[in-house]
Design a protein around this ligand. Structure first.
Ligand code: ADP
Ligand code: GLC
Length: 498
C-alpha cells in the first residue's frame, strides 16, 4: 500500500523529541513489510540534506488576502522510504522548530497550515497515497482539509487518513479569526468540529475528521478518554472509541544499542557487561564529576524539560534525595522553570546532582550507557522512548506507572528474579522517593541486580510488530474508503526522479 507520512519532525533531519524518532524509524519498518512509503517534513534551518533536488517548483497556497508559494525538495530515499521537504524559508528557516524558550512562534497556525496544504498539493504531482498518516497538531489540518475544502477533489476521493496522537498536551489552539485567515470555512467553528472554549483547536479537527485515530501505547489510549488525561478532548475521543487504538512505539536498535553505539566509551552486551563501568567513568567525566566512588549508583535523566515530565516531584524531595548514596546526571532543555530548577539543585548539591542544560544527542547516548538507573517520573507519558532505550543498555528504569511507561516496565521482584524496573503510581514526591530508595536498596545486591539488568537488555521492542499493527489499520481504512488494493494507475508516481 502507498502511505504518506505527514509530520513536523523526523530523524535524521529534525528533532525535538520522540516524535522525530518515530517518524525516522516506523516508515522504514513499513517499507520492509512491502509498503510504499513517503514522508513529508518541513525544511527547517537545521534540516541537512546531502543532495537536495527541487521536485515541485511552486505550489500556490491561498491565505486571506494573498497567495504564498512554497516548493518541495526531495531528500532522496533512505531504507526504501522517500523523503520530501516543504520549503518556505519565511516560515521554516528559523532558529528553532516551534518557538523560543519565551514561547511559541506567533504564526504557527499559518506555518503548519501552509505545510499541510502544500503536502496535499504536492502529492497530486508526486503521487497520491492511499492513506495519509498524520502526526500531532502540526499536520492535523490534512484530514480536515481533505473532508472540507478538498472534499470534491477527484484526486482524493478514496484517500483515507490515520492520525496518531503523540501528545494530547499540545493541541494547536488559535483565535477564531485563524479560520478565515487560513481560508477554512466558518462552519468548522462549532463544538462538534474545531471549536474549543472559544478557540480553534487543530487537534480536535483531526480527531473529528480522521478515519482512524491511534496513539502510542495501549494504556495512553485508555487514559486520554478520561478527564485526568484528555486535556478537554476526552469526550471527543470517547465518541470515537471504536476507531481509537493504542500501538506501542518501537525503537530503532540501529541507533540505540550498547553493542554498536558510536557515542559511548565501550561496547557491552548481556553476555559481557564489563565495559559498562568504562561508560560510567566517561559519563561522569563528561559531567565534570571528579573522584566519585565507582560503586555509587548513577541515576540518569534525559528529557525535554516540560511540566509533563514530572520534575516538580524531584524539586519536592531534593534535599532528602541528595542524602542518598547516589549521583544524578541530568540532561535537558526547555521550560525556563525547570532549567532554572536543575541549575539551582546543582548549586545546592554539587556532588550529588550534575546538570547539563542542553540538547545533545551524544550526551544522551552516554547517559543511557553509563548510568545504572534512569529516572522518568512523568505526570503523563504517551509512550516514552528513553525508558525503552535504557532497558537495552542495562540501565534500570524508575518510572511513574502512566501511559507507555506502565506498558513497557514490569516491576522487579527479587524473590522470583522477574521484572525490569521500578514503578510508582501516586503522583507525589513521597512515592517517588520511596521508589528510588527501593531501587538503591536493590542495587546493593549486585548479583540479583545483574539479573534485573539482563531482564531488560533481553527485551525486544523493535518496530516490526508495531509496524504490522499499523499495516492492519491502513488496510481497514483503505476498505472503509473503498479504494482499490493497488494504487490506481493515475495515482502512480509521475514525473519524479531523485
Ligand atoms: P518526548 O517525545 O515526550 O520528548 P520521548 O521519551 O518519547 O519523550 O523521546 C525523547 C527523545 O528525545 C529521545 O530520543 C531522547 O533521547 C531525546 N531527547 C530529549 N531531550 C534531549 C536532550 N536534552 N538532548 C538530547 N536528546 C534529547
Ligand atoms: C511524544 C510523547 C512521548 C512519545 C513520543 C513519540 O512526544 O511525549 O511519550 O514517546 O511522542 O510517540
Amino acid at each position: 500500500m502507498h502511505i504518506s507520512f505527514v509530520a513536523s519532525e523526523g530523524v535524521p533531519f529534525s528533532k525535538t523529541g520522540g516524535l522525530a524518532d518515530v517518524v525516522g524509524a516506523l516508515p522504514r519498518s513499513l517499507a520492509a513489510l512491502g509498503h510504499q512509503v513517503s514522508v513529508y517534513l518541513p525544511r527547517y534551518r537545521q534540516t541537512k540534506l546531502t543532495e537536495p533536488a527541487t521536485v515541485v517548483r511552486s505550489i500556490t497556497v491561498p491565505f486571506d488576502d494573498q497567495y504564498r508559494f512554497a516548493s518541495v525538495v526531495s531528500g532522496g530515499s533512505q531504507g526504501g522510504v522517500h523523503f520530501y521537504f516543504v520549503e518556505y524559508p519565511q516560515y521554516f528557516d528559523r532558529d528553532a522548530l516551534y518557538g523560543t524558550p519565551a514561547g511559541d512562534y506567533p504564526d504557527n497556525a499559518e506555518r503548519f497550515a501552509l505545510f499541510s496544504r502544500a503536502v496535499l498539493e504536492a502529492s497530486k504531482i508526486l503521487g497520491v497515497p492511499q492513506v495519509f498518516h498524520c502526526h500531532d497538531w502540526q499536520s492535523a489540518l490534512v484530514p480536515v482539509l481533505l473532508r472540507t475544502v478538498y472534499a470534491e477533489d477527484p484526486a482524493f476521493c478514496d484517500v483515507g487518513t490515520v492520525f496518531t496522537i503523540h501528545n494530547m498536551g499540545y493541541q494547536g489552539l488559535f483565535p477564531p479569526d485563524t479560520l478565515p485567515l487560513l481560508m477554512l470555512p466558518w462552519d468548522l467553528f462549532t463544538m462538534s468540529k474545531m471549536e474549543f472554549f472559544g478557540q480553534v483547536n487543530f487537534l480536535k479537527g483531526a480527531l473529528t475528521y480522521s478515519d482512524f485515530i491511534t496513539t502510542v501505547s495501549r494504556k495512553y489510549s485508555q487514559e486520554i478518554q478520561t478527564a485526568e488525561y484528555g486535556f478537554g478532548l476526552e469526550g471527543v475521543l470517547r465518541d470515537r472509541a471504536a476507531t481509537v487504538t493504542g500501538i506501542l512505539n518501537g525503537v530503532d536498535y540501529d541507533e540505540w544499542s550498547p553493542q554498536t553505539d558510536k557515542f559511548t566509551a565501550g561496547k557491552f552486551s548481556p553476555q559481557d557487561l564489563s565495559a559498562k563501568a568504562k561508560c560510567k567513568q566517561d559519563l561522569l567525566a563528561a559531567f565534570g564529576v571528579k573522584n566519585a566512588d565507582p560503586k555509587l549508583p548513577v541515576i540518569g535523566i534525559v528529557s525535554r524539560f516540560a511540566a509533563q515530565k514530572g520534575f516538580d516531584l524531584i524539586s519536592q524531595i531534593a534535599d532528602r534525595l541528595a542524602r542518598e548514596e547516589m549521583i544524578i546526571v541530568a540532561l535537558g532543555a526547555g521550560d525556563k522553570t525547570y532549567e532554572e530548577m536543575f541549575v539551582r539543585l546543582n548549586k545546592q548539591f554539587p556532588n550529588k546532582i550534575a546538570v547539563k542544560v542542553a540538547y545533545d544527542n551524544a550526551i544522551a547516548h552516554k547517559i543511557e550507557a553509563g548510568s545504572d538507573m534512569f529516572l522518568m517520573p512523568s505526570r503523563y507519558e504517551p509512550c516514552g522512548l528513553n525508558q525503552i532505550y535504557s532497558l537495552k543498555y542495562g540501565t534500570v528504569p524508575i518510572v511513574r506507572a502512566t501511559g507507555g511507561l506502565d506498558d513497557t516496565i514490569e516491576p522487579w521482584d527479587a524473590r522470583n528474579g522477574k521484572g525490569t524496573g521500578f514503578k510508582f503510581t501516586e503522583y507525589n514526591g513521597e512515592s517517588l522517593l520511596l521508589t528510588v530508595k527501593q531501587a538503591l536498596q536493590a542495587y546493593r545486591d549486585q548479583t540479583s541486580w545483574q539479573v534485573l539488568m539482563r531482564n531488560g537488555m533481553n527485551k525486544d521492542f523493535s518496530w516490526n510488530a508495531s509496524a504490522r499493527e499499523y499495516g492492519k489499520i491502513y488496510e481497514r481504512v483503505r476498505q472503509l474508503r473503498g479504494a482499490p488494493a493497488a494504487p490506481a494507475p493515475e495515482k502512480a508516481l509521475v514525473g519524479v526522479s531523485s
